[in-house]
Ligand binder design. Structure first.
Ligand code: EPU
Length: 420
């Protein structure tokens, strides 16, 4: 078993490069199914979740080359065939595998895959994905832990999402691009990753308008071609490094930041008293300040992202006062609170809210990463804590942070991975 050991107390300095957004790259790889051509994803993040979605496509017959030297992924989807099913364990390993449903149905009129199941942050149903695909004319069959979709050709329709689900918006968008006629998604998710996917689809020859707003209009086309695409930068990774600077009272430069995408995070960090100056995609974070308490409610974009909630809790545990975090997106995303408390934080959970009384300092402890962002939050606490922090279940962190120890080490942190 691997563990990450962090010896706290070092100031950070220098600069760090942000990788491409995992949550852009996963749907984009799934969307490459739509063309039956060769597509290339440039500067892809070399992460576990990305390898899993590649395995899913390979199990359907795609041929994929991952070049770890230049971070390019070449995906040839010519030989994908709808009679194959991705292995159940691959789909269960990562919920985003479900993103192949829309493209497979759209290109082949048939798909069968294992139901994704719940995860550590909530039960995470797929009803909105299925409702959307049914509206486009797909017959959906559920049974024995599998979902199967069939359609002669999908037919465009108006779909109103009860909640602006990121995954459901992506699946319906990918289904709509080859459907007959017009598809309109109302109350669509507005995340920057949705816009990135739409840009990719439009480069392939699709006609998608309004992505990044709550109303997306898609005019179905009969075929799409393979293209080369460079995804957007990972706003959550950038936000995590900004908090690393603040928790160690350091000044660092973060390369690869889109100011527009990171606005909701910047607004809260600024309320905390942290100064961040962004010029030409480089964010200079001035972290040498006393952290002010703030109240936060996680919301769909452009609200404060749930994927920054755990890292924010880590930061606020060192603030001068009381903060309240309300998690509205996921029903069970506070598992990190008890781990952060093991390091001396004062946090009380009451349903969907967490009350955080800032403490003077944290102390290293043995803790467990309960999910990806929880793991990142524990590393952040470790950087600021007295003595050593030992984090187990680090595979969660590897799902979403490229070379996190290497990047932090290059900033001067004392962090290493050990095999125990
Ligand atoms: N939901 C439903 N029914 C559905 C779909 C979603 O009730 O059919 C609920 C979920 O249970 C959840 C809420 O809607 O309570 C939001 O889920 P959403 O579908 O928006 O999330 P997702 O597509 O499964 C993506 C990211 C997550 C991120 C969320 C919210 C990817 C691969 N994953 O998940 O990323 O937290 O959007 O922004 O894009 C992470 O990176 O750590 C991560 C968990």
């Amino acid at each position: 078993m691997e563990k990450i050991i962090v010896k706290g107390g070092n100031k950070l300095k220098g600069e760090v490069n942000i990788s491409s957004a995992k949550n852009s790259v996963l749907p984009i790889i799934a969307a490459s199914i739509l063309s039956g051509d060769l597509s290339v994803i440039e500067n892809a993040p070399m992460l576990e979740d990305v390898f899993v979605i590649c395995d899913v496509l390979e199990s359907l017959g795609a041929s994929i080359k991952i070049n770890k030297e230049n971070n390019n992924i070449s995906i040839d989807t010519k030989d994908i065939n709808s009679k194959e099913e991705p292995k159940a364990d691959l789909v269960r390993k990562m919920r985003a595998s479900f993103l192949i449903m829309g493209p497979m149905l759209s290109r082949f009129g048939r798909v069968k895959l294992s139901l994704p199941g719940g995860c550590n942050i909530g039960s995470r149903p797929i009803d909105l994905h299925l409702k959307g695909l049914s509206s486009l004319g797909a017959q959906i069959y559920l049974g024995h832990g599998y979902v199967e979709g069939k359609a002669d050709r999908l037919i465009g329709n108006k779909i109103y999402l009860d909640f602006p689900s990121v995954g459901a918006t992506e699946n319906i968008m990918m289904a709509g691009v080859l459907a007959k006629g017009e598809t309109v998604i109302e109350n669509a998710a507005e995340e920057p990753e949705i816009k990135d996917l739409a840009n990719y689809l439009n480069d392939m020859g699709a006609i998608v308008e309004g992505a990044g707003t709550g109303r997306i209009r898609i005019k179905g086309v009969s075929e799409l071609k393979g293209v080369t695409h460079k995804p957007i930068y990972d706003r959550i990774e950038a936000g995590t490094y900004m908090i690393a600077a603040a928790m160690t009272r350091s000044k660092i430069k973060i390369n690869g930041v889109d100011e527009e995408h990171i606005k909701p995070i910047l607004a809260k960090l600024s309320e905390c008293g942290i100064n961040i100056d962004i010029k030409n995609g480089i964010a200079t974070t001035y972290g040498d300040v006393d952290i002010k308490p703030v109240d936060i409610k996680t919301m769909p974009y452009p609200g404060f992202p749930t994927d920054m909630q755990a890292q924010m809790m880590a930061l606020l545990s060192l603030s001068k006062g009381t903060s309240i975090i309300t998690e509205t997106v996921f029903e069970n995303r506070f598992m990190h609170a008890s781990e952060i408390k093991r390091m001396g934080a004062n946090i009380k959970i009451d349903g969907r809210s967490a009350v955080i009384e800032g403490v003077k300092g944290l102390t290293g402890a043995e803790v467990r990463a309960t999910d990806l962002r929880a793991g990142a939050a524990l590393i952040l606490c470790g950087l600021a804590a007295e003595c050593n922090t030992q984090i187990s279940d680090v595979y969660h962190i590897d799902r979403g942070y490229v070379d996190i120890e290497k990047k932090l080490k290059s900033l001067g942190a004392c962090i290493e991975r050990i095999n125990v």
